[in-house]
Design a protein around this ligand. Structure first.
Ligand code: ATP
Ligand code: MG
Length: 499
């Protein structure tokens, strides 16, 4: 019997149809993947399953019984728990307090039993072989990847029969992502259902028994994973065949140096990085997670304190803060790691997010030209195919991948020609990924200089002209055209004597 069965599921937000008569069924003991473009309705679907959102229409059944949870607690009581795409944690609380939030073990006096809390947390970590995580650490001090682990722990702590993972691997480094995939299989093997959302076909391939494809709020098809090819899946996802993911790599780098970095140091992680980025070049940054990549991007953007020298277009630069980094064509623009934290104002509209930091571009002699602003916003929304009802839709209500596109658009509007792209395709669907890579190549051809970090190794192999491999906060190797491979990057990342 199906553990969960859904038909005719519809959800509208004003004029936006998030789900339209979606069908779904899944059984206990399987890993069931949901795939589809950004904005296809996957997160809305699982928000309904987990009681966070109520549908307008539709029939849901759990083990043959009508199922309409009024809130996440009600869903949990029936064994359904979700790990959400946009994390739901509380910054001021410790890891363990977040994991057991509102379900803390209590003493006889009804106060929180700190000892039991710690013990339960360690037991949970132990049971699922969690990567190292300090239960007492305040959440705000954790990296995005660590916060993602806490969110996963919080889901597992509910011991659900149905565990829903919405892009839970997208913020994790390779090793932790592997761990989560293995864990997912283990949970399914225990007879539970895992609903798994990911934009990475490799992951879906590695663990899914079946998959359901969403497009424009509807479910297009469900397949046994072994019975369909990647091409078939992608075609059903985007409604047309994907021509190619990685664009042709034309060498467009000139002799001119756009960014010269010498002995850049920041905190304990970045310990003296030196390199040059040329006009027209896409320069990849690789290496194991935590070897200074994040600090490199943050320091170059002026968001972290750093020492060392930075030259932009041949001029020594003191980038004291991000506002300076942004200014003008000789500036630097960043696509940051942390979407809601650094990139996006969730309670502002798409338009405001795009134009807030470049408002002077629409100002003429002190007057704001709404017309000019609207035209540029429209251009950017069309160009990046940002799926929003209108430009006035709040950024917080866009799907995850569309939020990422807004950040990309915001960066392009700054006109800065040195671009720092920190994992710019995180949470972005395959079709759009291909477009972003093509866009990067096009920008390079127009003289932009791009520093590109990706947590996805194949992207580093296929997109940039050269790859810097960071190890212990320095450049351990620079792999030029013809020498870049996954193996070469990994080897340089771990070996003492890199080639
Ligand atoms: N609260 C809301 N208000 C308005 N529109 C919303 C709201 N929540 C979701 N939507 C819209 O519903 C549609 C489906 O979004 P959803 O988040 O389910 O997509 P998704 O498949 O998870 O995409 P992604 O892969 O980018 O995460 C989008 O167009 C989104 O903008
Ligand atoms: Mg989503």
């Amino acid at each position: 019997m199906d553990l969960i069965e859904v038909s005719g599921l519809t959800k509208r937000y004003g004029g936006i149809v998030a789900l339209s008569e979606a069908q779904f069924s899944a059984w206990a003991g399987e890993v069931h993947a949901l795939v589809g473009e950004n904005g296809a309705g996957k997160s809305t679907f699982i928000q309904i399953l987990s009681g966070a959102v109520h549908p307008d229409e539709g029939k849901l059944q759990l083990e043959g019984q009508p199922y309409s949870p009024i809130n996440p607690d009600a869903a949990q009581a029936l064994g359904v728990a979700a790990v959400f795409q946009e994390l739901s944690l509380i910054p001021d609380l410790a890891v363990e307090q977040n994991i057991w939030f509102r379900r803390e073990p209590r003493t006889a006096l009804l106060t929180v039993d700190g000892k039991a809390l710690r013990r339960k947390t360690l037991e949970l970590f132990d049971k699922y072989r969690f990567p190292p995580l300090d239960p007492a650490r305040e959440l705000r001090r954790l990296t995005l990847a660590e916060r993602q682990l806490v969110e996963i722990a919080k889901g597992l702590a509910k011991d659900p029969r149905i565990l829903i993972l919405d892009e839970a691997t997208s913020a994790l480094p390779a090793k932790e992502a592997e761990w989560l995939l293995a864990l997912t299989r283990q949970i399914a093997a225990e007879g539970r259902l895992v609903i798994f959302i990911s934009h990475r076909m490799g992951e879906v391939r590695a663990i899914a028994d079946r998959l359901t494809i969403f497009r424009n709020g509807s479910t297009v098809a469900s397949h046994v994973a072994t019975a369909v090819s990647d091409d078939e899946i992608v075609t059903q996802m985007i409604g047309r065949p994907l021509v190619r993911l990685y664009p042709e790599r034309k060498a467009t780098a000139t002799e001119r140096i756009a960014l010269k970095v010498d002995d850049l140091r920041s905190g304990s992680r970045l310990t003296g990085a030196s390199f040059e980025l040329r006009e027209g070049e896409v320069l990849g940054v690789g290496g194991l997670q935590g070897h200074g990549q994040r600090e490199l991007f943050q320091s170059l953007f002026g968001a972290s304190r750093a020492t060392g020298s930075i030259e932009l277009w041949g001029k020594p630069t003191q980038i004291a803060n991000p506002r300076h980094a942004l200014i003008g064509r000789d500036g630097i623009a960043l696509v940051p790691e942390d979407r809601p934290g650094q990139g996006l104002l969730l309670t502002k509209s798409v338009r405001e997010n795009l134009t807030l930091s470049v408002i002077r571009r629409f100002t003429d002699k002190g007057f704001l030209s709404r017309g000019r602003e609207a035209a540029l916003v429209k251009e950017m929304v069309d160009f990046l195919r940002i799926k929003a009802g209108t430009p006035e839709q709040l950024a917080g209500t866009l799907s995850g991948g569309n939020q990422q596109k807004v950040i990309f658009g915001k960066m392009l509007l700054t006109e800065a020609r040195v671009l720092l792209l920190y994992d710019p395709t995180r949470g972005v669907d395959v079709g759009t990924k291909g477009e972003i890579f093509q866009l990067m190549r096009d920008l390079a051809a127009r003289g932009y200089a791009i520093l590109f970090y990706s947590s996805d190794l194949p992207e580093l192999v296929h997109v940039p002209d050269r790859v810097l491999v960071l190890r212990s906060g320095r450049v351990a190797a620079t792999l030029g055209a013809g020498r870049v491979s996954e193996e070469a990057i990994l080897r340089a990342a771990v070996l003492d004597e890199a080639a």
